[in-house]
Design a protein around this ligand. Structure first.
Ligand code: PEP
Ligand code: MN
Length: 379
C-alpha cells in the first residue's frame, strides 16, 4: 500500500510520522517514507511493506495530510506505475533533470583509453552543447585477456577534463561496490567538478548484492541495463532491488537481447519495449543503440542501422540515448567497430532531435482525440 501525502508535506514532517506510527501498530508492517520528484511537483509517499494485504485503507485516508491511499500490485512495488498513481518518478542530478518527460543524449567513450582521446571526446561534446556523456573505467569483458578498463587510475583525468569541458553527468559502469567509493573519492579530489551516474551492466543485471549496494547510496543516480538473456519481468524485478534498497533515482536501459535471431546485429533490438517499460514503471527509459546493433552497417538510404534503431526508440518515447563515439575507433580498446566518429556527432544529434520532435507531435496529435493516456496493461 502507498500513502500519498498532500503537496509540501516532507518525509521528515510530523504528519508523515503520524502515518508511520499508525501503520507500524499493525503486526508485521513496516513503513518507509520517500520523496518523489514528479514531473510537476515534489511529494512524499509512504510505502507500507510486509503483511499489508488485510490492512484497512480508511484509517489512513482520514488523516488531513493524506491525499490518497493506493493499494499496489505485488509486482514492482517501488518502481511500478500502480493504478491511480499518475506521477512518474523524476529527479534532478547535478543540474540535469531526468523523468519520463525529459530527453537526453549521452554520446561518449565505451571505454576510457587515453587522456588525449578523452579530451577530444569532451571537446567535441562542448562544441555541440552536450553536457552528458558515457565513459567506461571499469569494463566487464567476456575474455579475461581483453582490456579490462583503466579503473580508478583514469578517474582523476576523466573528472578533471569533464569539469574543464562543462560535462555535468557521466554514465560510468561499476562492476563491484568498492568502485562506488573510488568514484566518490576521485570526485571529491576533483572538487566535485562533474557528476556520475552509476551504470549496472547487463552482465550484472541480477547481481543482487551490487544492486543493493547502489540502492543503499543516494548520492549517485543509477542506470540499470536490462539483462541480456532474462525476461523483462526478471529485469524489472532486479531493478526493484535498487529502489527497494532506498534509491529511486533510476533509469531503465534497453540494450538488445542476446540471441542468434538478432543477427546480423549484435543483439536483437528490443526498443519496442520502450512504451512497455514506461507503462509498467514510473522510470525514465534509456536506449543503447550501440550495444544493440554493434556495427556501423549502412542502409540503402545512407542511414546507419545505429541511427535507424535510435530513431525507433525515440519515436516510441525513449528519454535517454547512450551511444558510443570515439575519436579514432580503429584504436579503441573496446567496441571500436560500433563507435561513431566525432564528425558524425552533430548529424547524430540533429537526427535524434528531429525524431524527438516527431514523437512530441505524435503525443499532441493523440491528445486531440481526447481520452488522454490509457493504462491498459496493469498486470
Ligand atoms: C557498456 O555500456 O559499455 C556495456 C558493457 O553495455 P552492456 O552492459 O549493455 O553490454
Ligand atoms: Mn561497450
Amino acid at each position: 500500500m502507498i500513502i500519498v501525502m498532500k503537496a509540501d508535506i516532507l518525509p521528515e514532517s510530523p504528519e508523515v510520522a503520524d502515518v508511520i506510527r499508525l501503520a507500524e501498530r499493525y503486526p508485521d508492517v513496516r513503513a518507509v517514507a520517500r520523496k518523489i520528484e514528479g514531473a510537476t511537483r515534489v511529494l512524499t509517499e509512504v510505502y507500507l511493506l510486509g503483511s499489508t494485504s488485510t490492512l484497512p485503507q480508511e484509517p489512513f485516508e482520514e488523516f488531513p495530510a493524506v491525499e490518497k491511499v493506493i493499494r499496489i500490485r505485488e509486482r514492482y512495488r517501488s518502481i511500478g506505475r500502480h493504478a491511480g498513481q499518475v506521477e512518474a518518478i523524476g529527479f534532478e542530478y547535478n543540474g540535469v533533470r531526468f523523468s519520463q518527460d525529459d530527453f537526453h543524449i549521452f554520446p561518449g567513450l565505451c571505454a576510457v583509453d587515453t587522456p588525449e582521446n578523452t579530451e577530444a571526446m569532451f571537446r567535441a561534446l562542448k562544441a555541440v552543447g552536450v553536457v552528458t556523456t558515457r565513459a567506461g573505467a571499469y569494463k566487464p569483458r567476456t575474455s579475461p585477456y581483453d582490456f579490462q578498463g583503466h579503473g580508478k587510475a583514469c578517474l582523476p583525468y576523466v573528472f578533471e577534463l569533464a569539469g574543464r569541458y562543462g560535462i555535468r553527468v557521466i554514465a560510468m559502469e561499476i562492476t563491484h561496490e568498492a568502485q562506488i567509493d573510488e568514484i566518490r573519492q576521485a570526485l571529491a579530489a576533483a572538487g566535485q567538478c562533474t557528476g556520475v551516474m552509476l551504470q549496472i551492466g547487463t552482465r550484472n543485471a541480477q547481481n543482487f548484492e551490487l544492486l543493493k549496494a547502489v540502492g543503499q547510496q543516494r548520492e549517485f543516480p543509477v542506470l540499470f541495463k536490462r539483462g541480456m538473456g532474462i525476461t523483462l519481468d526478471e529485469s524489472l524485478n532486479a531493478c526493484e532491488y535498487v529502489a527497494n534498497s532506498g534509491n529511486n533515482r533510476i533509469l531503465f536501459c534497453l540494450r538488445g537481447m542476446k540471441t542468434q535471431l538478432g543477427e546480423p546485429h549484435r543483439n536483437l533490438v528490443d526498443f519496442g519495449h520502450v512504451p512497455v517499460v514506461r507503462r509498467l514503471t514510473r522510470l525514465p527509459v534509456c536506449i543503447d543503440p550501440s550495444h544493440s546493433v554493434g556495427k556501423k552497417d549502412v542502409a540503402p538510404d545512407g542511414i546507419l542501422d545505429i541511427a535507424h534503431v535510435t530513431a525507433q526508440g525515440i519515436i516510441a518515447g525513449a528519454n535517454m540515448v547512450l551511444v558510443d563515439f570515439h575519436p579514432k575507433p580503429e584504436q579503441a580498446l573496446c567496441d571500436g567497430p560500433q563507435a561513431l566518429l566525432l564528425n558524425e556527432l552533430d548529424y547524430f544529434l540533429r537526427d535524434a532531435q528531429l525524431v524527438r520532435k516527431a514523437y512530441l507531435e505524435r503525443c499532441a496529435l493523440r491528445a486531440t482525440i481526447g481520452g488522454g493516456a490509457t493504462l491498459t496493461d496493469q498486470r
